[in-house]
Design a protein. Structure first.
Length: 92
């Protein structure tokens, strides 16, 4: 039971981390590490620390990637707004 869950989580985490934006990559790593720690602690209470760590790492990586990607998108939007409002827009 442990092996399929671990394989699925590791595969999904590796696919998530293929993002090109810097905050999304950083968020994925930080989320995975934090999730693994919290999941391991919670899982150890029921005698399944390794499974808890694996599930926590997968969920943490996904959450961190989503948050980091959102920050990158906000940064891109802010740069576009700055160019537009500072007179650097295309003239017709």
């Amino acid at each position: 039971m442990k092996t399929p869950i671990l394989c699925i989580l590791l595969t999904s985490a590796s696919l998530i981390s293929c993002s090109n934006s810097p905050n999304a990559r950083t968020g994925t790593v930080i989320g995975a590490l934090g999730g693994a720690g919290v999941g391991g602690i919670i899982g150890s209470q029921s005698g399944r620390g390794l499974e808890g760590a694996a599930i926590g790492a997968g969920l943490g990586a996904l959450g961190g990637n989503l948050i980091g990607g959102s920050q990158d998108q906000n940064r891109r939007d802010d740069r576009y707004d700055d160019r537009y409002y500072n007179g650097n827009r295309r003239r017709h």
